[in-house]
Design a protein around this ligand. Structure first.
Ligand code: PXP
Length: 260
């Protein structure tokens, strides 16, 4: 299983003071030496963490392939085309969201996504679509000519957090349902089953399969055992742990858990 380390949250910390410390560029060599296979960054329209200049410096200096997440907005696609990362992962974006909340509506935005893909392919950029684990989304991704799909693991991760953490998770809408432990176990199993089914189906159509969002040191092992998923992109939990352990240990520990 390959591991993409999302380093956005280093820039989140920097933006807390609007200075140049910590510099996300410093993470590249440490991630590479600690077992990461890819660097992932998200150039958001609101530039709340990674800026254009970060993306440019990271793409030109990274010893690992860079996976640049971005919205399907034409002005952003133009920037991504000129930056020429190894891969672009197209994601939905809403300004008010804390983080990416769901997969792309690949069926509803087919035309817009198709135009974005055509533009990016002119620059020989590999394409991944961040989607919910549904057959409709996978079929549309295949018709759009993406090489990869990245399955959104957020539902699985949110349910897992509700079941196994004593902390309140009031920002998870589903929390209001006040489910019992038994009901949560069933829902986790269902969300996991949807990921397995989606990964197998995508693979059967010839797509490469990545997954990510909300994965952490507690919930990642089960996802890593899905053998049709070949890559995980993980950010917040690694950067959070690095505050206490250092980035090298945080990446190494995650890489071990990602092994099958
Ligand atoms: N994959 C995609 C497409 C994402 O948008 C994100 C969040 O930026 C991640 C993976 C990483 O999610 P997390 O920070 O929750 O590990």
């Amino acid at each position: 299983m390959t591991l993409g380390v999302n380093i956005d949250h280093i820039a989140v910390l920097r933006e807390a003071r609007k200075i140049n410390d910590p510099d996300p560029l410093m993470a590249l060599a440490i991630c590479a030496q600690s077992g990461a296979d890819q660097i992932t960054i998200h150039l958001r329209e609101d530039r709340r963490h990674i800026h254009d200049e970060d993306a440019r410096r990271i793409i030109s200096a990274s010893p690992l392939p860079v996976n640049l997440e971005c919205a399907i907005e034409p002005s952003i696609i133009d920037i991504v085309g000129s930056l020429r990362p190894h891969r672009a992962t197209l994601v939905p974006e809403k300004r008010q969201e804390v983080t990416t909340e769901g997969g792309l509506d690949v069926v509803g935005n087919f035309e817009l996504i198709s135009n974005a893909i055509n533009k990016l392919k002119e620059h020989e950029i590999e394409i991944s679509l961040f989607i919910d684990p549904t057959r409709d989304a996978i079929e549309a991704s295949e018709r759009l000519g993406a090489q990869w799909v990245e399955l959104h693991t957020g539902s699985y991760a949110n349910l897992y957090a509700m079941r196994h953490s004593a902390l309140p998770h009031s920002h998870h809408a589903i929390d209001s349902l006040k489910l019992s432990r038994h009901e949560l176990d069933n829902k986790i199993e269902q969300a996991y089953g949807e990921l397995v089914d989606a990964a197998n189906y995508a693979r059967s159509l010839g797509l490469k399969v990545a997954a990510g969002h909300g994965l952490n040191y507690q919930n990642v092992s089960a996802i890593a055992q899905i053998d049709t998923i070949e890559e995980l992109n993980i950010g917040q939990s690694i950067i959070a742990r690095s505050v206490f352990t250092g980035l090298a240990t945080a990446v190494m520990d995650m890489k071990i858990l990602c092994q099958r």
